[in-house]
Design a protein around this ligand. Structure first.
Ligand SMILES: [Zn+2]
Length: 143
């Protein structure tokens, strides 16, 4: 299974083999580590490619910095990214800085969590939710 993710430092898209994620993959451009045990930021520029290329289910947190419930949700997403590394891809998208993608998916309230499987939306829910609820949402992706 592979994913294509933006380097957190230089934004270059890198293809990462999830079976080798314990070897700490490094960015082909800047050589810094690409850590998948935490949510990765996507933008209007990278969203489509990252979602489309992922061979594992993806959950995207549509959030904004000023949003209180988003701050409640953040540690839950950190936990899922950490515990389910290599199994699901956890992404976050700042809706203020990336209005095109937020508009395209008709995100009206934040946080909104959308689960994608092979580039297709399979589940979504708005509002902060506990860990078990997020796992249940992810379970709607069948792979
Ligand atoms: Zn890089």
């Amino acid at each position: 299974m592979t994913v294509t993710v933006p380097c957190p430092f230089c934004s270059t898209l890198n293809r990462v083999d999830l079976d080798r994620v314990d070897d700490t993959p490094r960015c082909g451009q800047c050589s810094r580590p690409i850590l998948l045990d935490r949510p990765l930021a996507v933008t209007d520029a990278t969203f489509e490619q990252v979602i489309g290329a992922s061979e594992v289910p993806v959950v995207v947190d549509f959030y904004a910095d000023w949003c209180g419930p988003c701050k409640v949700m953040a540690p839950v997403l950190d936990q899922v990214a950490h515990d389910r590394q290599g199994e699901v891809l956890v992404l976050k998208l700042d809706t203020d800085r990336n209005p095109v993608t937020a508009g395209q998916f008709n995100v009206r309230s934040i946080p909104t969590l959308i689960v994608f499987e092979r580039g297709r939306e399979v589940a979504r829910e708005s509002g902060a939710m506990p860990r078990g609820h997020l796992d249940a949402l992810l379970a709607r992706a069948t792979s």
